[in-house]
Design a protein around this ligand. Structure first.
Ligand code: PGA
Length: 228
């Protein structure tokens, strides 16, 4: 079971440090825990991953960080393809695939996000699958350090997660495309995590808003521990 926290543009370096200290007071017992703080709060810690990185060692890429900066903190985990980067920062599939290849070649653990917008979901599961396939174009879905995260755009940060039926049917479809772990993300909370991680083809969760409170995130890890 995998339980991951995406802080997005929340928390400072000090707050992140306090959060990690508090988090480590509990035993994870085989649950893989990952925390993605903002780039300004990166620190050397096995739990920590980066929310975004440019596919280069270094270079003239204003505003970006690359492998050199990640190596400083021994970061070996990266989030790629998050819907906010696809839709707000306008990252193309071509660019996302470049990032994937670069960090795959560096042996990084890659949390690779896919998910459809509401207008696609409204058309039905067949169209959803077609759309998701465009988001895995040129991605090696059998890469050994890959974790896939299914995050429907309409469920992210809305407080309204996908229904259990929709998560179940979509994960079943994604399972046909990869044998790697598949996480669900999108308004995961303390009151719905259990029924989500109980589903077949759901190996964990990627949590945004609800992960910001360390006590809530600790509870989520406890629930995942009890599942094993
Ligand atoms: P949310 O975000 O839990 O706040 O919906 C999930 C994500 O974007 O990873």
């Amino acid at each position: 079971m995998i339980v991951a926290a995406n802080f997005k543009m929340h928390k400072t370096r000090n707050e992140t440090k306090e959060y990690l200290d508090e988090l480590k007071k509990i035993k994870f017992n085989g649950v893989k825990v990952a925390v993605f703080p903002p780039a300004s709060a990166l620190m050397e810690d096995k739990i920590v991953g980066v929310q975004n990185a440019y596919p280069a060692i270094d270079g003239a890429y204003t505003g970006e960080i690359g492998l050199e900066q990640l190596n400083e903190f021994n970061i070996k985990r990266v989030l790629i393809g998050h819907s906010e980067r696809r839709h707000i920062l306008n990252e193309s599939q071509e660019f996302i695939a470049k990032k994937f290849d670069f960090y795959k070649n560096q042996g990084f653990e890659i949390f690779y996000c896919i998910g459809e917008p509401l207008e696609v979901r409204k058309k039905g599961i067949k169209e959803v699958v077609e759309y998701l396939k465009t988001q895995i174009k040129d991605i090696d879905l059998e890469y050994e350090n890959l974790i896939v995260a299914y995050e429907p755009v309409w469920a992210i940060g809305t407080g309204e997660s996908a229904s259990i039926e929709k998560i179940k049917e979509t994960h079943e479809e994604i399972r046909k495309l990869t044998s790697k772990p598949i996480l669900y993300g999108g308004s995961v909370k303390l009151n719905n995590i259990k029924e989500i991680i109980e589903l077949p083809n759901v190996e964990g969760v990627l949590v945004g808003g609800a992960s910001l409170d360390v006590e809530t995130f600790k509870e989520m890890i406890k629930i995942a521990k009890d599942m094993k």
